[in-house]
Design a protein around this ligand. Structure first.
Ligand code: IMP
Ligand code: MG
Length: 176
């Protein structure tokens, strides 16, 4: 059991299981993007560890970059929007793979997808390490999924509880 701040977490997905699954995801990318030079766009902070490990198993020509999504901001015209920060690369006509740690309600991913799609890339696919299908609130097609999990709160391997727990080398679930 691990303590992160005031809560306790129990082992959920161990490091070997994670690495085996990540290797399979990378092999799919190697096959699907052979000869294409995709740009992998990691969503910070949560995806950094997953994407670092995934990237080591990718053996086709490809590039990597990272974005950050600002927390919800209220604007008078559109209501709540999340803004993408840090994208320096020209993505027009590129093959894009967005890489996330977890898709929960799907709202964050839907907004990222919309904003990147408006820049006219050749293609966009989504990869997420974890997916909570029962929590999904918006229509979203996920192309590569590491693991589907129930509606539980998890930490570790990049995922945080209030900023902490990201350094755990495996995924832990909140002890009820
Ligand atoms: P969504 O917009 O509801 O899909 O939320 C996505 C974001 O919420 C993720 O990128 C995470 O930062 C955070 N999140 C959702 N579920 C969890 C969890 O179980 N543990 C840690 N962070 C989570
Ligand atoms: Mg995240």
């Amino acid at each position: 059991m691990k303590q992160v701040k005031d809560k306790y977490f129990i082992p959920f997905i161990d490091s070997t299981t994670l690495q085996e699954r990540i290797k399979i995801l990378a092999q799919k990318v190697n096959k699907d993007y052979k000869g294409k030079n995709p740009l992998l766009i990691g969503v910070l902070n949560g995806s950094f560890m997953f994407l670092a490990d995934l990237f080591k198993f990718i053996d086709i020509e490809c590039e990597i970059t990272f974005i950050r999504v600002s927390s919800y901001k209220n604007t008078e015209s559109t209501g709540k929007v999340k803004q993408i920060l840090g994208l320096q690369e020209e993505i027009q006509s590129r093959d894009i793979i967005i890489v996330e740690d977890i898709v929960d309600s799907g709202i964050t991913m839907q907004e990222i997808l919309g904003q990147l799609a408006s820049k006219k890339p050749a293609s966009i696919k989504i990869m997420t390490m974890l997916f909570k299908p029962k929590s999904l609130k918006v229509p979203l097609k996920l192309d590569y999924i590491g693991f589907e999990i129930g509606n539980k709160f998890v930490v570790g391997y990049g995922l945080d509880y209030d900023g902490f727990g990201r350094n755990l080398d495996a995924i832990y679930v909140l002890k009820e």
